[in-house]
Design a protein around this ligand. Structure first.
Ligand code: C2E
Ligand code: MG
Ligand code: MG
Length: 755
């Protein structure tokens, strides 16, 4: 008897459902369905005579039809699990003849289950149990495309009850599996970029934080927001916006190295999870790299566009234990990064909460600042590099807040831009500068800054014309300073605006060249009269191995060829000045000549003669030290001393507060928020010491410094009290109680009384 026949004979008693019920070894869904179908048919047609029992040939034919329909297939194996039958359709799929297949272990038909699938459900496992199994999903070992089957089997036994093998069936479930996979992808991934979606990221973060809390492990997150994405969407259209987001995703994957750590939260917001990463140096480097990468030009349908990115960083458990608090704090950091000029990253710190409130208050105050007369202009001289003679002034807006004193424009101009106050503020500055300059000797020019928001306003030419007409200032004495970000739109309006302004006869200067988006290509087409090289670029130029001077030389050569002037901004030291002169930059603006002055001082120096200024200033730039007054504590042995930090650099600090500390003394400086830095005294004079850190500090993304790593709040909690709170003269024991330490080694300034 062939396998075929055996199967047919032993299996089918369709005419007798009870008998079918009795056979414990129904080989699977197909048979059961058939017999159930016949039962159903039988019950519907209750009045009809019972269907005749199929003879063997009919059964064989039916089976054959079924197999040929390719809806399913059959198999059987012996007690050892070797195949004794397999439908021909499957043999063909596997690229083998039936004779080659018979005798092979059934397992050979399938690929091994991936390691993450349920191990209990592997075929080998169920076969050894010699029990039935249903719809086990298995992947065919086919040379062609991926095929999946749901395989069922029933063990069968001989008369003595001994196990003799399996009989079973299989159906193709490739399509169902694919659509299930697609569905789970949809639930897991962002359909546009293929990155994780918000839902999945939120799950991942919750799970990671819960697991890490128990293991005292840290986890960093970054929130990324694209700057000016909306403009791309608005000017180039949504499909272009989508294409841009895909490129952004690719660039993020390149920097982060693992797509499953990156999520698109929606719109132009992204989030990155960085488990076991609390090194603020490394996190800052990565954030910087991401900003750099995302700020490179994109090419979309033959259009070139540039966007930027701002990043907020928070690290658990320092900046939050739960995903909500961590994300809220990263969001605050992101907001601060955007507020401080975009294209930056920022770590969360407790002060940010305060800063966010301050900003809201400033916004309210700014609304009335103009009418209350709190705003005025200062003028910084622009000097001819060859003659040291002042050729003009840049008007710089100043806000003297009645309670808070002078507020820097870098703080309030972005607020004005966000709240549309910039329109009235900008128009006021333009009018005031023209009014003032009209009274200066006619050889002196005035430069006024124009924000991108003003530049995008089609009213700008009218406002400029009115300021000139009202003041009587000749148009060629007015220079408008525009930053490169106006090119980021590359809309036809940009060129039209340039043309309209040029038609009025004003001069145009490209401000802050060298910060971020600089491309010499802009210079070719835009009608600039001057390029202002940014101070960060000048500062960098005197650093060893810097390539800035070669680039400045190239800019100067290009500017000369195009008939433009050049101004170096922010020149502070004599070595910078010497370098700038050597590079043939035509004009200089910086503290080495003069800080911004009042209109009165300007008038006194210029009304009856040329104002020639002798440069003066430090010979060289000192290592970037931040002057400050920051109260922290220094821990020595079991004592904590209150100290003040007077200046701080990556490698050291000047501290005040402890008397007569020998050189070589080691302290732990407690900056708060778990920031502990080991330092040793290298200079000491009375109540002042120069200290050197054993591990360098790193940038906090906001011009400040922080320790690379923090001591986890768990450890601080284990010490029962933050070190900062330990009173001088006491130390914390392992059980958390405070113990007097005996005499401290040093006297603090407060304790000190002259003998
Ligand atoms: P900016 O247009 O690049 O102006 C130059 C800035 O560099 C000024 O800062 C100036 O005081 C500062 N500076 C000049 N020489 C030196 C130096 O040697 N060392 C250092 N450290 N700084 C130097 P300021 O006045 O704080 O203005 C900052 C920015 O605020 C300006 O940058 C400009 O973008 C914006 N701004 C100022 N006034 C206005 C205004 O009326 N309208 C608009 N839209 N923006 C303004
Ligand atoms: Mg300027
Ligand atoms: Mg500038």
């Amino acid at each position: 008897m062939t396998v075929w026949e055996k199967m047919a004979v032993t299996k089918f008693h369709w005419g007798d459902p009870d008998e079918a019920q009795k056979t414990a070894e129904d080989p699977g869904g197909f048979f059961t369905r058939l017999s159930a179908g016949s039962r159903a048919a039988g019950s519907k047609a209750a009045k009809r005579p019972p269907p005749a029992m199929l003879n063997t040939n009919d059964a064989l034919l039916l089976l054959q039809n079924f197999e040929e329909s390719k809806r399913g297939w059959f198999w059987s194996s012996d007690a050892q699990g070797n195949l004794t039958y397999l439908s021909e359709s499957v043999c063909r799929l596997l690229g083998k003849k039936i004779s080659e297949i018979i005798g092979l272990p059934i397992n050979d038909l399938f690929l091994p289950a991936p390691p993450y699938e349920d191990q209990q459900r592997t075929l080998s496992f169920v076969l050894t149990k010699q029990t039935k199994f249903d719809d086990l999903p298995l992947q065919a070992r086919t040379p062609q495309a991926e095929i999946w089957w749901a395989v069922s089997g029933r063990a069968y036994h001989d008369k003595n009850g001994d196990f003799v093998g399996y009989r079973g069936s299989g159906t193709d479930i490739t399509k169902q599996r694919q659509s299930a996979k697609d569905n789970s992808r949809l639930a897991t991934y962002d359909s546009l970029t293929g990155l994780l979606n918000r839902f999945r990221m939120s799950n991942l973060l919750d799970k990671t934080l819960a697991a890490f809390a128990a293991q005292n492990r840290a986890c960093g997150i970054m929130l990324i927001d694209l700057d000016r994405f909306k403009q791309v969407n608005d000017t180039l259209g949504h499909p272009a916006g989508d294409a841009l987001l895909k490129q952004v995703a690719e660039r993020l994957i390149k920097v982060v190295g693992d797509r499953d750590k990156i999520c698109r939260l929606g719109g132009d917001e992204f989030q990155i999870i960085l488990p076991d990463n609390d090194d603020r140096g490394a996190l800052g480097n990565m954030a910087g790299e991401i900003i750099h990468s995302l700020s490179q030009p994109y090419f979309i349908n033959d259009s070139r566009c540039i966007i930027g990115a701002s990043i907020g960083v928070a690290v658990s458990p320092f900046d939050g234990h739960t995903s909500e608090s961590l994300i809220r704090n990263a969001d605050l950091a992101l907001y601060a990064a955007k507020g401080s000029g975009r294209g930056r990253f920022r770590f969360y710190s407790h002060e940010l909460l305060q800063a966010a409130e301050d900003r809201r208050a400033l916004e309210d105050d700014l609304r009335d600042a103009l009418t209350k007369g709190e705003i005025h202009l200062a003028y910084q001289p622009v000097i001819n590099a060859a003659s040291n003679i002042v050729t003009g002034f840049e008007a710089l807006i100043r806000w003297n807040h009645p309670e808070r004193g002078p507020i820097p424009p870098s703080l309030f101009i972005p607020i004005a831009e966000d709240t549309e106050l910039i329109g009235s503020l900008g128009a006021w500055a333009l009018n005031q500068a023209c009014q003032d300059a009209a009274k200066w000797p006619s050889r002196l020019k005035v430069a006024v800054n124009v924000s991108t928001v003003q530049f995008a306003d089609h009213q700008l030419p009218k406002i400029v014309e009115k300021a000139l007409a009202d003041s009587g200032l000749a148009s060629d004495r007015l220079e408008l300073e525009i930053t490169e970000s106006v090119f980021l739109r590359e809309s036809p309006n940009t060129n039209a605006m340039f043309a309209a302004l040029k038609k009025i006869g004003v001069r145009l200067a490209l401000d802050d060249f060298g910060t971020g988006y600089s491309a010499l290509a802009y210079l070719k087409d835009a009608p600039f009269d001057k390029i202002k090289i940014d101070q960060s670029f000048i500062k960098g130029a005197t650093e060893p191995a810097s390539r800035n001077s070669a680039i400045i030389a190239a800019i100067v050569a290009l500017a000369e060829a195009l008939g433009m002037e050049t101004t170096a901004e922010g020149v502070e030291t004599l070595d910078q000045l010497a370098l700038i002169r050597k590079l043939n930059v035509s004009h200089i603006q910086g503290y080495v000549y003069s800080k911004p002055v009042s209109n009165t001082v300007l008038w006194e120096n210029c009304h009856d003669r040329d104002w020639q200024i002798e440069p003066s200033g430090p010979a060289k730039q000192r290592g970037n030290r931040l002057s400050m007054y920051r109260k922290v504590s220094a821990i020595h042995e079991n004592h904590s001393y209150p100290i003040v930090i007077r200046n701080l650099s990556v490698s050291g600090a000047l501290i005040e507060g402890i008397l007569n500390v020998p050189i070589g003394t080691r302290f732990v400086i407690d900056f708060g928020e778990g920031q502990l830095a080991l330092a040793s005294v290298c200079r000491s004079h009375e109540h002042r010491q120069g200290i050197q850190f054993e591990d360098p500090l790193v940038s906090d993304g906001n011009g400040g410094l922080c320790t690379s790593r923090r001591v986890s709040p768990y450890m601080l909690a284990a010490a029962h009290t933050p070190l900062q709170n330990v009173s001088p003269g006491y130390y914390v024991t392992a059980d958390g109680s405070l113990q007097p330490t005996g005499l401290p080694a040093f006297t603090t300034v407060n304790d000190w009384k002259p003998a």
